[in-house]
Design a protein around this ligand. Structure first.
Ligand SMILES: [Zn+2]
Ligand SMILES: [Zn+2]
Length: 137
């Protein structure tokens, strides 16, 4: 029972952090902020919570170009898409889901049951783009 209560409390801390964040956070960033609120929290606990929250659709997970995961609160939409800066890892929301129409077409064709999709755009944010003109990659 005690274990269950603690689990919920930690989940609330993590959810609070994700809701307040302007952009998605990596597990280490979430852990740093969670520790500020709950010094006893373990990194593995943060990871475990993030995983179960993802399974329940409460958070959205994405992958940075370096393979590291990031998380965001799911919000009203089941998923979000991001443009990710390869330099500073800043993430900006895509204004809309580019796959929705395609998903509908696949559903109508009836050959495949779509449950989810991932779309991420990599590149450079406005600040970092100044350092990377199109021609010098
Ligand atoms: Zn950047
Ligand atoms: Zn989408």
């Amino acid at each position: 029972m005690l274990e269950k209560t603690r689990f919920t409390k930690q989940k609330q801390v993590i959810m609070g952090i994700l809701r307040q964040a302007d952009s998605p956070l990596t597990p280490s960033e979430i852990y740093e902020q969670a520790r500020a609120q709950q010094p006893s929290i373990a990194k593995s606990t943060v990871y475990r919570n993030l995983e179960s929250m993802q399974e329940r659709g409460e958070v959205v997970r994405g992958i940075l170009e370096n393979g590291e995961s990031f998380f965001a609160a799911a919000g009203e939409h089941a998923h979000r898409h991001y443009m990710i800066c390869k330099d500073c890892n800043k993430m900006q929301d895509l204004p809309e889901c580019p796959v929705e129409k395609l998903e509908k077409e696949i559903a109508e064709a009836g050959d495949f049951l779509v449950t989810d999709h991932v779309v991420q755009i990599y590149g450079y944010c406005r600040d970092c783009a100044k350092k990377h003109r199109p021609l010098d990659t």
